[in-house]
Write a protein that binds this ligand. Structure first.
Ligand code: AMP
Length: 257
């Protein structure tokens, strides 16, 4: 596995799996898909522009040594570990504004998040000239926005969505799950359970009350949207997707079904 720490040394035209590191089986499932399509490059970069002022940029979990071992075992061709100056050189001032979809769902509580995601993903796609890039359906709004940018900016990369990997009890895998106390970790799978109960008819307001009674501290949203266009939808619509974000203590969990 080639380790690249300088953008000038990047190979071009590989399949790209962008991550923020602290890898888990969800990331590895993206990598498995990417490898089926040819040479695979993984990037690890905790992108400051997608974190809000009071968010967890400085405490986001990082373990480069462990990630390198996991990626060697996974058999990828190259790992890109950019320095901040490779992505945001001094004086950098370009921004991408993705418009109103970035202010909905997760964007309501994280109003600058998706513009930051749009910027880093566009930069990584351009720097690597990726043929194909792989993203998790766990971050469904992110995947939707990335597909939109690629279409609207005519970026020459094909985007693939990969299903959510879950723990045995249903909790969606996430680097942020490492923030959970053992007590919170026991409550966390209730989020996915509730999505399943909404799917089979539970009212959303009751679902929110139930989550609070289980120990969730705040529900940012539970909404039903159309998976194709992210417009509001009803549970019986053919492309309905239920999306949620909720706080368990200091940890914000997201999921969808
Ligand atoms: P992150 O490192 O959290 O930014 O995630 C990097 C990529 O992995 C994104 O495309 C995520 O959507 C994807 N991902 C994160 N968690 C999962 C999961 N549990 N299952 C599948 N993909 C995931």
């Amino acid at each position: 596995m080639q380790i690249i720490r300088d953008k000038k040394e990047l190979p071009k035209g590989y399949n790209l799996v962008p991550t923020m590191g602290y890898l888990h089986s969800g990331h590895l499932s993206l990598i498995k898909q990417a490898k089926l399509h040819g040479k695979t490059l993984v990037s690890i970069f905790v992108n400051p522009t997608q974190f809000g002022k009071n968010e967890d940029f400085s405490t986001y979990p990082r373990d480069e040594e462990r990630d390198i071992k996991l990626l060697e075992q996974a058999g990828i061709d190259a790992l890109y570990l950019p320095k901040i100056a490779d992505i945001y050189p001094d004086g950098f001032s370009t921004s991408i504004s993705i418009g109103s979809i970035g202010q909905e769902l997760c964007g309501k509580s994280r109003p600058t998040h998706f513009d930051g995601v749009a910027l880093i993903v566009t930069k990584l796609l351009m720097q690597t000239a990726a043929k194909k890039a792989f993203f998790g359906e766990k971050d469904f709004q992110q995947l939707f926005i990335i597909r939109k940018i690629v279409a609207e900016l005519d970026l020459p990369t094909e985007i693939f969505g990969v299903p959510t990997m879950r723990e045995g009890d249903g909790l969606a895998m996430s680097s942020r799950n490492s923030y959970l106390s053992s007590k919170e970790r026991k409550i966390a799978p209730k989020l996915y359970q509730i999505l399943n109960e909404i799917k089979t008819g539970m009212d959303i307001e009751i679902a929110k009350e139930k989550l609070l009674s289980y120990g969730f501290s705040r529900i940012d949203y539970i909404e039903i949207r159309n998976a194709k266009n992210l417009k509001k939808a009803a549970i019986n619509d053919s492309d309905a997707i239920i999306l949620t974000a909720a706080w368990l203590g200091k940890t914000r969990l997201i999921d969808n079904l």
